[in-house]
Write a new protein. Structure first.
Length: 96
């Protein structure tokens, strides 16, 4: 999912920032700054807006769980991972 890619990019940026003071390189600083800018831009594109399709799939999953849908149905219909679907069922089904 996109949020996982965004999280991976955030981690990569943090690692680059922390280790940048210890690295000696022949790459000009301007090229590193440009590369960092591209990564930040890419991260911004991956971040989901408030009314994203992912949020609407969670809303649908919650509704289906309240109506008695099981984990497999949420995985198939909403595109959730099995762990995400189990969590939604635990939180929103009447059987909890």
């Amino acid at each position: 999912m996109l949020w996982r890619q965004a999280r991976q990019l955030r981690v990569a940026l943090a690692l680059i920032g922390r280790s940048a003071t210890h690295i000696t390189t022949d790459v000009p600083t301007s090229m590193l700054v440009a590369a960092l800018g591209r990564l930040e831009h890419r991260l911004g594109l991956l971040e989901l807006p408030a009314s994203s399709p992912a949020q609407s799939s969670y809303a649908l999953a919650q509704k289906l769980a309240r109506q008695g849908a099981d984990v497999e149905q949420l995985v198939v219909r909403c595109g959730l991972s099995p762990d995400e679907a189990r969590l939604v069922v635990q939180m929103h089904s009447g059987a909890a």
